[in-house]
Design a protein around this ligand. Structure first.
Ligand SMILES: Cc1ncc(COP(=O)(O)O)c(C=O)c1O
Length: 401
């Protein structure tokens, strides 16, 4: 994809052409609109949030205080402190059976930053990047910003939103270079099971592609599902996979901005150089907080799972009572992706109406590549789930034929 011509902003300022290809993040826009309405006193129920509602664990907060008092407030190495890289290596070994050394790890300012940098380092103008739909909003935009071309691989609610090998093969051209996987998925909550991943790994290796595996929701799993990393099958796939993860979703640290990735040491070195000349290190205090988070006992994630399992069940049972809504039971993450095609509204119109008429914030599926869905987050209290969906049920009874 070549960039569009530069856009004239006014007679003095010309905006770079690459910016004409990227759209604002619909999820961030809607979340901030809902927050603004709430701050004005409106009784908003927020199903738009992409962040857990529980507090950052106390041991993590204590670490921040220690850092402040001991003066750990200066520059660190751009690619992250060795102590955090060691904790990340331990995490990969314990949770995913993956062995890495510090040279394979780079710490960035959130998993979003890890993904952005990785795509900047790997993608040449014109390269095609395979992205299963529905997709997380930022993947295509990151590809555009690197001059690449996102190529979408369709999936369906009927097949659990799984990117099958046949669909991937259909999307391939000689320019295909990278396959992006996100399991558990935002927005669908679908997961790729071991057999799906094995088949995809084989295609990646046979075609000499790179795989980016975004595993940020790995602790949010339901119905006894187990997380498997595609990099864990054999050395061949591991060598060409970059596993991206972070502490935002797992430890309620979204504002602290720590993400990380593991993969080929040469590529990792280049990401370090990119960080040298752009952000420098992620915040020193946040890095130490991430070490504390990664050292928390396993009971932390088990508690998460228990709480979110209850919310998931509640949300699914209530949504099933809303006229025209067909929710997909997520196997992971904390979203319910809901087919709304039977309501007769487009996803954007429906979300606009729900927010303006009954103060319920939901994200239109259009921003994730499916206009016949909307995304509900259940990272909120059971009380909010009950009240928000009660309002939607009442609204659909009046407005859906
Ligand atoms: C699929 C996916 N990947 C990455 C991220 C980025 O997370 P972070 O807050 O660590 O940048 C998000 C956040 O919404 C996400 O949903």
């Amino acid at each position: 994809m070549t960039h569009s011509p530069a856009k004239i902003h006014n007679e003095r300022i010309t905006i770079a052409g690459r910016m004409t290809l990227v759209s604002p993040s619909a999820t961030l826009q809607l979340t901030s609109k809902a927050k603004e309405m709430k701050s004005k006193g409106l009784p908003v129920i927020n199903f738009a949030a992409g962040e857990p509602d529980f507090d950052t664990p106390q041991a993590v907060k204590d670490e921040a205080v220690k850092c402040l008092n001991s003066g750990f407030t200066k520059y660190t190495p751009s690619s992250g402190i060795p102590e955090l890289k060691e904790a990340v290596c331990r995490k990969f070994k314990d949770d995913n059976g993956l062995s890495y050394v510090l040279e394979n790890i780079v710490i960035s300012c959130g998993a979003k930053h890890s993904l952005y940098n990785l795509i900047q380092v790997l993608c040449n103008p014109g390269d095609e990047i395979l992205i299963p739909t529905p997709y997380w909003v930022s993947y295509p935009e990151m590809v555009y910003l690197a001059g690449g071309k996102p190529v979408f691989v369709p999936t369906s609610q009927e097949n659990g939103f799984r990117a099958g090998v046949e669909a991937v093969k259909k999307a391939v051209t000689p320019k295909s270079k990278i396959l992006i996987l996100n399991s558990p998925s935002n927005p669908t909550g679908g997961i790729l099971e071991e057999k799906d991943l094995k088949a995809l790994a084989q295609v990646v290796v046979e075609n000499n592609w790179v795989c980016i595996s975004d595993e940020i929701y790995e602790y949010y799993l339901y119905e006894n599902q187990k997380h498997v990393s595609i990099a864990s099958f054999n050395e061949e796939i591991k060598k060409r996979t970059f596993v991206v993860n972070g502490v935002s979703k797992s430890y309620s640290m979204t504002g602290l901005r720590i993400g990380y990735l593991a993969g080929d040491a040469e590529v990792v070195k280049k990401i370090g150089i990119l960080q040298d000349h752009s952000t420098s290190n992620p915040a020193s205090i946040s890095q130490k907080m991430a070490v504390a988070a990664l050292n928390l006992p396993k009971s932390h994630r088990e508690n998460l799972r228990k709480i979110f399992t209850k919310r998931r069940e509640l949300m699914l049972s209530l949504l099933a009572q809303c006229k025209g809504f067909k929710p997909f039971p997520p196997q992971g993450a904390f979203y319910v992706f809901c087919d709304i095609s039977k309501t007769g509204f487009s996803s954007e119109t429906l979300c606009e109406k729900l927010l303006e008429e009954i103060y319920v914030a939901v994200i239109p599926g259009k921003s994730f590549g499916s206009d016949q869905h909307v995304r509900f987050s259940f990272a909120c209290s059971e009380k909010d789930i009950e009240e928000g969906i009660r309002r939607i049920k009442e609204w659909t009874e009046k407005n859906v034929k």
